[in-house]
Design a protein around this ligand. Structure first.
Ligand SMILES: [Zn+2]
Length: 111
């Protein structure tokens, strides 16, 4: 997720565009919820707001300073170790595949 826009002045067009993109991306990755955590300085990811309100808060109030500096926006479905999770999944899939092939062979032998 692009985080550079949070450091731009809030009255700039780039900031607004970044905020819109952030809200849209979050809505999409969270599965279009009716409300989500608002990362503004007042809600601080504690209050749930609808996407329009989140956008409004980000533009009017600005993002919470701690969340701004956070490398991972976990509250908005950014997974910290996406790479590690991928490896684990594919390993598990490979294991299942091998096991299925193995048990299928065994089945043939016994009949
Ligand atoms: Zn808010």
């Amino acid at each position: 997720m692009d985080k550079t826009w949070v450091w731009l002045p809030r009255n700039s067009l780039e900031y607004e565009e970044g905020a819109i993109k952030f809200v849209c991306d979050s809505v999409r990755s969270l599965g279009n919820p009716s409300a989500m955590f608002c990362p503004c300085i007042d809600c601080r990811n504690v209050c749930h707001q609808c996407s329009e309100t989140v956008l409004e808060h980000l533009v009017i109030r600005g993002m919470d300073h701690k969340y701004k500096r956070s490398r991972c926006w976990s509250k908005h479905d950014e997974i910290r170790d996406a790479k590690t999770n991928d490896v684990q999944t594919s390993e598990h899939e490979a294991y299942d595949l091998i096991r299925t092939a193995f048990t299928a062979n065994e089945f043939k032998h016994t009949t």
